[in-house]
Design a protein around this ligand. Structure first.
Ligand SMILES: C=C1C[C@]23C[C@@]1(O)CC[C@H]2[C@@]12CC[C@H](O)[C@@](C)(C(=O)O1)[C@H]2[C@@H]3C(=O)O
Ligand SMILES: O=C(O)CCC(=O)C(=O)O
Ligand SMILES: [Fe+2]
Length: 490
């Protein structure tokens, strides 16, 4: 700031301007505290807010000042300069932390890292990217800030650095490495992303075009063309299921068998139904074979003797798999930024918290964010959208078949301020209605008795559809015999 004024004055008055000193209304020698530095940054806040960003001083300790900043880079360097100028005793100002050293590598993998809070010695970091860099994030924080404990009289400790490393799995890797990585991801998160998946971009783009063309039609047309299909299929707006759940979305839900796709295609376009049906059939065929491939890798990674035990269910001609297009209209008129995950004036619940009932879900979205997954400890993590990747979710049936080794991923969609609609295309790989589901023998042993009683997919589905979206549906299928045996032992 001072430098800008100096330049303007020198331009105007030349060498007559000798020295320019900045003076402050308040006591310049006042203590350097989080509050004081935060207060000083008020000069930059209007500009930052204008870009939908935010700035917050997290800690000031022994010459180190840690600042969380979201906004354009140009203002970011202004933040650093403004602090150093006003509080010269802050020799080390880290905007968005010390983690800047790792950012280029993380970005390279399409990932992201952000310090969410530093409180009472706990540092909470949100991280998306490969595991290897995730542990680097942890190490970098510990290395940098643990040393401060020694030198600082009132230590700022970073006891628990928590790097959330959502796995991104490269499907071109060698098979044995892949199966291990996929099993690990299913176990740790019930969720992972895949790259180099082999689904042709042309097939994805054609499906996306058909989807956006459909949602661009007037509401009455969509309703008339696809609103009257047998429940729960067809076009829906805001309602989710039959139990009063609502969301800020419209959708098209289809069964994946050829006959129902052909029926809906005729309803959507009487002039050229094959354009829509071909796009849907090609897309479903491609993601189905990707799903089967990943399920075979799961079986290999779990050392299950029958390697097709999961994929056979989905590949079956009678498979009850379905396909869904979700369209979340954008929010208007909101530029305010709120870092908390709670719903506020700027966010709406697009699709409420739930797990998918099927075996495996494969989701592809455009580049509009909104999807979040819940980790085992209850932390909600936003998933960075990438149209070239697929997101994979463990469903309830896979949880039952692995006897709880994998836990189905709870997820939701929160629509924030974006100018573009979010559109997702989701394949839910399901067994045939009459297929029996139970924990695989390989997954059951005396220390790990069967957690679930056998059920058919039809029974499970009926129960699932009778329950609200957020319910844990598998609870109804817990093996009460095992439970009572265990209680007796206690
Ligand atoms: C509220 C509901 C909607 C849902 C059926 C349910 O009763 C509970 C599960 C929901 C879900 C989630 C994943 C899929 O989007 C879906 C099609 C499915 O199979 O289960 C939906 C169901 C739906 O939207 O009809
Ligand atoms: O639309 C999305 O991104 C996710 C929706 C979802 O979870 C679902 O349809 O089951
Ligand atoms: Fe879902």
């Amino acid at each position: 700031m001072k430098m800008g004024i100096e330049r303007v004055l020198k331009e105007k008055f030349g060498d007559t301007v000798k020295d320019i000193r900045q003076v402050y209304d308040d006591d310049h020698t006042s203590e350097t505290t989080v509050e004081a530095v935060n207060g000083h940054l008020d000069i930059l806040r209007p500009a930052i807010k204008n870009y939908g960003g935010n700035v917050q001083v997290l800690s000031v300790e022994g010459g180190d000042c840690l600042v969380k900043y979201v906004g354009p880079d140009s203002i970011g360097s202004g933040v650093k300069a403004a602090i150093k100028e006003r509080f010269p005793d802050n020799t080390n100002v880290a905007v968005n932390g010390h983690l800047d050293i790792l950012r280029p590598a993380i970005k390279n993998y399409g990932g992201n890292v952000q310090v969410l809070s530093v409180e009472g010695g706990d540092c909470l970091v949100k991280y998306v990217g490969p595991d290897s860099i995730g542990s680097g994030v942890k190490a970098a924080i510990k290395e940098r800030y643990l040393s401060m404990v020694v030198s600082s009289p009132t230590p700022f400790r970073t006891k628990k650095a928590r790097a959330v490393g959502i796995p991104i799995i490269d499907l071109s890797l060698e098979r044995s490495v892949l199966s291990e990585k996929i099993v690990q991801a299913c176990q740790d998160y019930g969720f992972f992303k895949v790259v180099n998946h082999g689904v042709p971009m042309e097939i994805i783009a054609r499906m996306e075009k058909e989807g956006s063309d459909f949602f661009a039609k007037p509401a009455s047309e969509k309703q008339q063309q696809a609103g009257g299909l047998p429940s729960p299929f067809g076009y829906g707006c805001k309602n989710i299921g039959f139990n009063g759940d609502v969301g800020e979305l419209e959708y098209l839900l289809l069964h994946t068998n050829h006959l129902s796709i052909s029926d809906i295609s005729k309803a959507i376009s009487s002039i050229n139904p094959t354009k829509f049906s071909c796009a849907v059939n090609d897309y479903i065929q491609a993601v189905r074979s990707l799903t089967c491939e990943m399920l075979d890798l799961v079986a290999e990674g779990l050392f299950v003797p029958d390697k097709s035990v999961f994929s056979r269910l989905i590949g079956d001609v009678h498979s009850d798999s379905c396909f869904r297009l979700n369209h979340y209209p954008p929010m208007e008129n909101s530029r305010e930024w709120d870092p908390s995950p709670k719903l506020n004036a700027n966010t709406r619940m697009g699709f409420g918290e739930h797990s998918d009932p099927q075996i495996l879900t494969i989701l592809r979205s455009n580049d509009v964010e909104g999807l979040q997954i819940c980790l085992h400890d209850g932390l909600w993590v936003p998933i960075t959208p990438d149209p070239t990747e697929f997101c994979v979710f463990v469903g309830d049936v896979l949880q039952a078949m692995t006897n709880g080794k994998f836990v189905s991923a709870r997820h939701r969609v929160i629509v924030a301020n974006s100018v573009k609609p979010r559109m997702s295309m989701i394949y839910f790989g399901a067994p045939p209605l009459n297929a029996w589901i139970s924990p695989l023998p390989k997954m059951v042993s005396p220390p790990k008795p069967s957690l679930y009683k056998p059920f058919t997919w039809s029974e499970f589905k009926k129960a699932a559809y009778s329950l609200p979206l957020e319910d844990c549906r598998l609870n109804r299928f817990k093996d009460s015999l095992q439970l009572s045996l265990r209680t007796q032992k206690l």
